[in-house]
Design a protein around this ligand. Structure first.
Ligand SMILES: [Zn+2]
Ligand SMILES: [Zn+2]
Length: 87
């Protein structure tokens, strides 16, 4: 396993960064699809449950309702993820 894969495994073992749903979570690459032609590094991933990730209304790939309710943004969630794993 590469170090990046190892990191992703750790991210997936954390509860959802938005609603706290228990692991396993999806590892979402922040700003995915919004940086033209580039995929974010595997180190730029945050743990999300299915609904906060892919949900049509709540999801980060949907209408991002949970992000708005929690008054969060993807960069801050990334910081919290790093803090949980390494601080
Ligand atoms: Zn969630
Ligand atoms: Zn995603």
């Amino acid at each position: 396993m590469t170090k990046a894969q190892d990191h992703i495994t750790k991210v997936k073992s954390l509860p959802c960064a938005l609603c706290g749903q228990h692991a396993p979570s999806d590892a979402h690459h922040i700003l995915e699809g919004r940086i033209k032609g580039r995929k974010c590094s595997d180190y730029c991933t945050i743990p999300l449950c299915k609904d906060c990730h892919q949900g049509e209304r709540n999801g980060i790939h949907g209408q991002q309702i949970m992000l708005k309710i929690m008054k969060e943004n993807e960069l801050n969630l990334l910081a919290k993820t790093i803090e949980k794993l390494y601080a």
